[in-house]
Design a binder for this molecule. Structure first.
Ligand SMILES: [Fe+2]
Length: 540
């Protein structure tokens, strides 16, 4: 943190108090110190410690239904979460207001050790475009209260829709302050674009968090138990829990939920990990991911497969096409390098980032959509970005520029049938705003891309992106200068907030100046407008 610029008073103090009440704040932090060795449940089935240490969540909202999630884990940093090896009954309640009255629906489910005592409830027969509150109960404990919201009906025209998106939250790199601010916004939807966990081992003091982390965390996760531990640690964060409790989420995965830069069946380092080992690892990673997210049953993995691509519609205002650009992709071209000049392989027609089925699904959706705004919830940068200084062009092979055939196919679908395509992107640990140009005509703008920065990955950051730890911002500045379609770069941590109406889309890049200490205030670093019917970025 910059000691010369202490944080200003928090303008969101009131709403923060509300969501701390909602999530139980301090309790969530206390679990880190728990040994978790004692039996968690007495002979009457009552918990000796709070089993709701990982908070609550909701997700994948439809006009009449939403998924509610929790996981019982009185001791989330130990194998098994401190739970007995048996099924435990859990009661859930949905109500109209935050004090949990009047009750709308209630029911019972079992938390099963086969699923890490996680619970996914598909609540149905709800009213469209309506705010609800929910809570779980078990063994003498009540969970924090979560807020959720159903989608507007098909054909309805909401006056406004507010969503935020986030990605990349290396736990040991920084505090999750952006989530605290995001929670206070009480959005209609939060979209997570991946790197929810990182698969690296964690040191004894938890990086910048300076918190004791048990020995079991030193190794890199490859097994189900170890991935579960990773989620237990990440989800113990009170600010992350507050964001989950503030709105329904729509999540997708990038690489680090499994292994850095994996591609389909190809591991990061094929010399160190066989395909068979990667598939086993993928199955473990996918299962733990499902267990910790508010997914519908359709997203339940089948061994090393999990269908994450899906679409969610909010009246006729916006449709989200949630993508999976890891599971079906060809291996990165030209050695997976950052700035590759003259890589011919990236143009090969048989190379894909979406896979045939997902691409056909996406093109179909784009053709069929009646929404004003068609969004791609996407992992890696979509628009063309030349990263090499000077006359030569250099492209990063891990993003869509390394998969030109699919990039062109999606651009053509945008141009053929989409009024207002907007791509929202994670992965890059920095903020960028890009015009998307026609594949046939480089001077024609056909859509917009907002790349959102990381929640914490990369630490405090700097005003502009740079490489090799240099803080001059040379890299970010030259990319904006050399790419006519790239309009903005910033390298602070934060989240991105989007407010949609039938006439315009407003994006606000919300940043904090530090994450290596808790408590940073939030500020809007940049605001862009997209007018419906006029593709491309505008500055208000
Ligand atoms: Fe990341």
């Amino acid at each position: 943190m910059d000691v010369e610029n202490p944080p200003s008073p928090d303008p969101n103090a009131h709403s923060r108090r509300r969501f701390l009440q909602r999530t139980g704040g301090a309790t969530a932090l206390a679990v880190l110190g728990a040994s978790g060795q004692a039996a968690a449940v007495d002979e009457h089935g009552r918990f000796k410690a709070d089993p709701f240490s990982l908070g609550v969540a909701s997700g994948d909202p439809l006009p009449d239904s939403v998924i509610l999630w929790t996981r019982l884990a009185p001791s989330p940093l130990t194998r098994g979460g401190g739970m007995p090896d048996k099924r435990v009954p859990v009661q859930w309640t949905v109500a109209e207001s935050e004090d949990m009255t009047p009750v709308v629906q209630t029911g019972n489910v079992f938390a099963d050790p086969a699923h890490a005592h996680s619970v996914h409830v598909n609540v149905q027969n709800l009213d469209p475009n309506t705010e609800y509150y929910y809570q779980f109960r078990t063994g003498g404990y009540r969970s924090p209260v979560g807020r959720t919201k159903t989608a507007p009906e098909v054909g309805a025209t909401p006056e406004e829709f507010r969503f935020g998106f986030a990605s990349c939250q290396a736990w040991y790199d920084g505090f999750y302050t952006p989530y605290k601010h995001m929670a206070a916004d009480e959005l209609d939807l939060i979209v997570h674009l991946g790197d929810y966990i990182y698969e690296y081992g964690i040191g004894p003091n938890g990086g910048v968090r300076d918190t004791a982390v048990p020995q079991a965390y030193r190794s890199e996760p490859t097994t189900l138990d170890r991935y579960r531990l990773q989620y237990g640690l990440y989800k113990s964060d009170a600010d992350l829990q507050a964001a989950h409790a503030s709105a329904p989420w729509l999540v997708t995965r990038d690489d680090h939920e499994v292994d850095n830069n994996w591609a389909g069946d190809v591991p990061q380092d094929p010399d160190k990990q066989t395909v068979e080992e990667l598939l086993k690892r993928r199955a473990a990673a996918f299962k733990a991911y499902y267990e910790h997210m508010p997914f519908r049953l359709e997203q339940k993995p089948d061994g090393p497969d999990q269908k994450l691509y899906r679409n969610y519609t909010f009246g006729d205002l916006v449709e989200f096409n949630v993508l999976d650009t890891r599971l079906y992709r060809s291996d990165q071209a030209c050695g997976d390098a950052f700035t590759v000049d003259a890589c011919q392989k990236r143009f090969k027609e048989n190379r894909t980032i979406l896979g045939d089925r997902q691409q056909a699904w996406l093109v179909n959706n784009l053709e069929a959509s009646n929404a004003t705004w068609d969004v791609l919830a996407n992992q890696v940068p979509f628009a063309k970005m030349d990263f090499l200084r000077g006359a030569a062009d250099g492209y990063r092979m891990d993003q869509w520029d390394g998969y030109v055939a699919d990039q062109v196919a999606v651009k053509n679908a945008f141009e053929a049938s989409v009024n207002n395509p907007v791509v929202v992107t994670g992965d890059f640990h920095s903020n960028w705003a890009n015009d998307i140009k026609s594949a046939q005509n480089e001077s024609k703008t056909i859509g917009t891309e907002f790349i959102g920065t990381s929640i914490s990955s990369g630490g405090d950051g700097s005003e502009f992106s740079d490489i090799n730890g240099n803080k001059e911002g040379v890299f970010g500045k030259h990319v904006v200068k050399e790419n006519e379609n790239v309009k903005y770069n910033n390298n602070r941590r934060g989240y991105t907030r989007c407010t949609l109406t039938p006439d315009e889309w407003v994006t606000e890049f919300q940043v904090v100046d530090y994450v290596t200490e808790p408590g940073a205030p939030v500020r809007t670093d940049k605001r862009f407008v997209v007018e419906a019917g006029t593709p491309g970025l505008q500055e208000p």
